[in-house]
Design a protein around this ligand. Structure first.
Ligand code: PEP
Length: 247
């Protein structure tokens, strides 16, 4: 069985009640490829509003969680609380959190374990900086990020990996189809060796980094690209065209 194409929208810290309702309406009214799994991640404050207005069949993701179920952790949200509120996914390990908020591989792995243990699904982000790419370290950086998770989580059935080169995020500088496919194939090979053949075969590997309706169709043709994690373009009506990029 093939891997179901997946498109995630990461709104980051953008939007307000009106604009998020407009985005949701645009998605609800659109004719979407029924073969594509779609998940959108608004800021935490708007998760419930989004869930309330979004049509069934499309899931909502948090952009982050904390790795404890409850307690004295001011400002944090747990996987259990999301589950309780009907939020079924979370993004973890986004490079903006790794770089700006200094989350390390081990913390991202603990949070991934907490999410999986609570029954959430996870969009697990990984990716290299421009400096690391230029030094030829791309695959070693990405597999080190993933290994931290594999050390703590054995069951990868609820994990979708998002390969997001940092130099391509929000820069308008998209990886070439060859660059993306090469890293995706290396991730799949790594999954086969370090997790299982089944995980390698079944895990969706998304590309993220300046995906738009103009470049998505070409990227989607690559053998190991199973979808996208979309930032800026997920706030625009053309997000629908990215979802439908295989049509
Ligand atoms: C992202 O934030 O995950 C992302 C890929 O952003 P953008 O599409 O804006 O580059």
């Amino acid at each position: 069985m093939g891997r179901q194409f997946f498109v995630g929208g990461n709104f980051k810290m953008n939007g307000n009640i009106k604009s998020i309702k407009d985005i949701v309406k645009n998605i609800n009214d659109a004719k979407l490829d029924s073969n594509v799994e779609v998940v959108i991640a608004p800021p935490a404050l708007y998760l419930l509003l989004t869930r309330e207005h979004l049509r069934q069949g499309i899931e909502v993701a948090a952009q982050n969680i904390f790795d404890k179920p409850n307690g004295a952790f001011t400002g944090e949200i747990s996987a259990d609380q999301l589950k309780d509120s009907g939020i079924t996914w979370t993004i973890l390990g986004h490079s903006e959190r790794r770089v700006i908020l200094q989350e390390d591989d081990s913390f991202v792995a603990s949070k991934t374990k907490a999410a999986i243990d609570a029954g959430l699904s996870v969009i697990l982000c990984c990716g290299e900086s421009l400096e690391q790419r230029e030094k030829g370290e791309t695959v070693s950086v990405v597999t080190k990020q993933l290994k931290a998770v594999a050390d703590k989580v054995k069951d990868w059935t609820k994990i979708v990996v998002a390969y997001e080169p940092i130099w391509a995020i929000g820069t308008g500088k998209v990886a070439t189809t060859e660059q993306a496919q090469e890293v995706h194939a290396a991730i799949r090979e790594w999954l086969k060796k370090e997790v299982s053949s089944e995980a390698a075969e079944k895990t969706r590997i998304l590309y993220g980094g300046s995906v738009t309706e103009k470049n998505s169709a070409e990227l989607a043709k690559q053998a190991d690209i199973d979808g996208f994690l979309v930032g800026g373009a997920s706030l625009k009506p053309a997000f629908v065209d990215i979802i439908n990029s295989q049509q």
